[in-house]
Design a protein around this ligand. Structure first.
Ligand code: SF4
Length: 398
């Protein structure tokens, strides 16, 4: 049984960028003192970003939810409606383009196209929409979808996932957001998403995407009753693929939200579990560049703390979000507040691109952007044409 001296030796190795085993990671995750774990992760972050270690990044993006119709019925999900239900809605292309126009107007650089597994939406649907978005707004990066959507659209269209990826990439998809990873180990995944593809299949499709030159981020949903060992196994599965492809740009753990879903909030991850995960991800995933703190699901203070536990990025000012909001995530921010939060956490904020280049480094608070329309929102999906900001209702797609 390792003691704290043994653990410190493992932490020191990992802080230097050395590789640790899944067994070592599990022991650290369970038993290392929290501050020692965070200090090692912060040291690893500083070493990786030597020269820019004082910076923490954010992005301005918009989630665009194109439909809530979904045949997959995940138990943790508060967003979907069964395809035959009266609660189903879809957004037409004009509405989607108007949301893109607002994103550009507000200085957003990325859209995340996000929706349910609609029974009729095959590859052609995504080709048409991505091509239309790119034609009107070539400056917007389409960082969207994941292996689950690829599996579903390929099945609808009767093609292989590889062909589906080639076609939607050619139509305009820039990178995959890594949606649908949830929990990759079989027991934990089946317990919350019995109709989703297996974790192995999810990874196979992401690996295919990476091989085709379409990079992605990776995610983990924490707090639905999975064990610590399953959390570390999830990281191992991602690290093994990353060893082969190098295609995961970032790892983003986020916490299960308890409202309006079949799991009924019987379990939830605590703040300390979340911070421990941020740290162990930085240490174990030595081959993944970016670790993102999720203030949207854990809260702003947790986001600030995550910057001291290994995270280098705080995600986005999300101009619109409807998925985790439906399950109870109520945290909202705006760009000015996010800059203040990052500075209060002793970092210099920088707006980044999808590929993590620094677009603007906000060195001087006196020069901060002051557009108070750059606010994270959920637009009620019940309101036809709901938009990021009331003043922007009249912006038309050009
Ligand atoms: S998480 Fe995605 S796939 Fe699962 S039910 Fe919700 S919308 Fe459908």
């Amino acid at each position: 049984m390792p003691d704290n001296a043994d653990r410190q030796a493992v932490l020191d190795r990992a802080a230097e960028g050395g590789r640790i085993t899944p067994e070592e990671a599990l022991d650290l995750y369970r038993s290392a003192p929290l501050h020692a774990l965070g200090a090692a992760a912060d040291a690893a972050r500083r070493k990786r970003y030597a020269g820019t270690e004082h910076i923490a990044t954010y992005i301005i993006e918009r989630n665009i939810n194109y439909t809530n119709s979904c045949v997959t019925a995940c138990k943790f999900c508060a967003f979907y409606a069964s395809p035959k239900s009266d609660d189903v809605w879809t957004r037409d292309l004009d509405d989607i383009l108007r949301r893109c126009a607002e994103t550009v107007e507000l200085g957003g650089t990325q859209i995340m196209f996000q929706g349910g597994h609609h029974p009729d939406y095959g590859v052609e649907y995504y080709e048409e929409h991505f091509a239309a978005i790119k034609e009107r707004f070539p400056e917007l990066v389409i960082h969207s979808l994941g292996a689950s959507e690829v599996q579903h659209m390929a099945k609808i269209s009767g093609v292989t996932p590889e062909e589906a990826i080639r076609r939607i990439h050619a139509a305009g998809l820039d990178s995959f957001a890594g949606a649908g990873a949830e929990l990759l180990p079989a027991r934990a995944r089946t317990a919350i998403a019995p109709l989703k593809e297996s974790g192995e299949r999810w990874l196979e499709i992401m690996e295919t995407a990476h091989d085709l030159g379409v990079e992605s981020t990776s995610t983990m949903l924490m707090g639905t009753g999975e064990t610590n060992a399953e959390r570390i196994e999830h990281l191992r599965m991602i690290r093994d693929v990353q060893d082969r492809t190098g295609g995961f740009r970032a790892f983003i753990p986020y916490t299960y939200q308890p409202e309006n879903n079949h799991l009924k909030g019987r379990t939830q991850a605590t703040l300390f579990e979340y911070l421990r995960m941020i740290s162990i991800a930085r240490l174990f995933l030595h081959n993944v560049a970016h670790i993102q703190g999720s203030w949207l699901t854990t809260g702003k203070e947790a986001g600030q703390l995550s910057l001291h536990y290994g995270a280098d990025d705080l995600g986005s000012v999300m101009l619109e979000e409807n998925v985790v909001s439906s399950a109870g995530a109520k945290h909202r921010s705006n760009r000015m507040e996010l800059l203040d939060l990052i500075r209060a956490a002793d970092r210099v904020p920088a707006q980044r691109s999808t590929t993590y280049e620094h677009l603007v480094v906000h060195e001087d608070p006196a020069e901060d952007p002051s557009d108070d329309r750059v606010v994270s929102h959920f637009s009620s999906t019940a309101i036809e044409g709901g938009s990021a900001h009331p003043e922007l209702n009249l912006i038309e797609a050009k």
